[in-house]
Write a protein that binds this ligand. Sequence first.
Ligand SMILES: [Zn+2]
Length: 115
Amino acid sequence: MRSACLAHLRSRVAEPLEPPRDWTRAGALVCNCAHCSELSHFLSDPESQVWTFKAAESKRRHVEDSIRRSHCDLDLSTHRQGRPYSLVCTKNQASYERRVQQRKKDLKDLARLQS
Ligand SMILES: [Zn+2]
């Protein structure tokens, strides 16, 4: 049991851990309707950081829901100027930051198991 844990932890801490080099983010979404495809395209674009989706509330909700369910690295806000409102999606480094936290924990666990 202990050695399986050690092997698992060792292989995980051996993986490279680097912040994203550009604005490309994982673009696999749970849905692939026209709006989600547009979003997916934005996620895989290394040069754009912000995407503004101007649409009726039901569509914005749908896209928002899809983003949450797919755990995309995006900060969301609703821009309430003009009608319809816009959903503003800004790329962030949430996955990388989660991995940094995980790495810290792994290293601590590893040190504890090896002592
Ligand atoms: Zn969709």
